[in-house]
Every structure is written in structure tokens, then in C-alpha cells.
Design a binder for this molecule. Structure first.
Ligand SMILES: [Zn+2]
Length: 64
């Protein structure tokens, strides 16, 4: 039984939205953030690779 996060009401298993307040139920709501989290992970990996490339590319020890 999916429980609504907003009004704590129990809903039928096949319902995508809460029958009481109309908000998306957890089973359907947690799919999108998971995909976004994966995208964010790839963004972090790309940023790290970019930083290392800049460290190697930019000249060091030129100031002072
Ligand atoms: Zn609800």
C-alpha cells in the first residue's frame, strides 16, 4: 500500500496519484530523481576530468 507523503493516506497499489490530495505517490515519484541523480554523478565525473585537464594544461609556478 503506497502511503501519501503529503497527507499520510493509504492508497490502492495501482494509483499514480493520491486519492485524497492528488499528489504523486512515492512509487512513481522516486523514479525521476533517481535518473537526475545519475546525471548529476556524470556531471561530477566530467567536472573532475575537466579540472585535471586544466591542471595539466595550465602553467604552474609562474606567479611569484
Ligand atoms: Zn495525499
Amino acid at each position: 500500500m503506497p502511503k501519501c507523503l503529503y497527507c499520510q493516506q493509504d492508497n490502492p497499489p495501482n494509483d499514480a496519484e493520491c486519492g485524497t490530495c492528488g499528489m504523486p505517490l512515492p512509487e512513481h515519484a522516486h523514479r525521476a530523481p533517481q535518473r537526475r541523480q545519475r546525471r548529476f554523478m556524470w556531471f561530477c565525473i566530467g567536472l573532475t576530468v575537466f579540472c585535471f585537464a586544466m591542471m595539466l594544461w595550465l602553467p604552474r609556478g609562474t606567479i611569484g
